[in-house]
Design a binder for this molecule. Sequence first.
Ligand code: PEP
Length: 257
Amino acid sequence: MRQKLIAGNWKMNGLTEPGLSLAEELAQRMHRAVELNDPEPPNCDLLLCPPFTLLAPVWSALAGSGISLGGQDCHTEISGAHTGDISAMMLKDAGCTHVILGHSERRQDHGETDAGVKAKAQAAVEAGLVPIVCVGESEGERDSGSALSVIAGQVAGSLPSLVTGEEAVLAYEPIWAIGTGKTATPEDVAEVHGAIRALIAERDGEAAASNLRILYGGSVKPENAEALMATADVDGALVGGASLKADDFWAIAASCP
Ligand code: PEP
């Protein structure tokens, strides 16, 4: 049984306030849940991925809460002449356990390719981080019936071949569902997640495939979280907009069966 992971992607949102208050509020809820069972602790792992500028204060706010910290991107090199970039080792040094890679916004805004994402994921694993590798089709690709082949190509191209199921997380994020309020149906999500797991099983063996967590992302909110988290092969969620509100993020976490 895979423990679900609910990851908050704050994207380019959050100054010290309200970012710090949000992290503190979630940390306090975790403390109350674990110590007083009020409310009950969520049945999942929790992860916050704030912008780089908030890693240090959010790390302090989360100390001892059990909520993990992640980055939103990293470079392929450990260090060097790469102005403006952050390495996986730097994220690790800042307290991160995870890093989101290949998000469709980075693929679109920065021309990131599958090969580039793969190199970053490899660097992340070498630095001791768990990469959350994002894949997902555009609306046109879904409408033309090519969603599964596009996703298969992204998985093959973006996930390092030697990475095992425990070393990486995949996130299926249909581009047309990100930040739009549209959500894939549980049936569509189950089909894609099942296909991704079958692909990983082919290359990585049954054991790794059974450990691999596949998150769904795309307008996950309290109203649709219960159905999505109960869907076959969904091992959690990558949450954008709703991760910026403590009540919503907590409600999504609490929906994990
Ligand atoms: C995301 O950015 O990964 C995401 C899924 O965003 P939203 O939840 O806002 O659609």
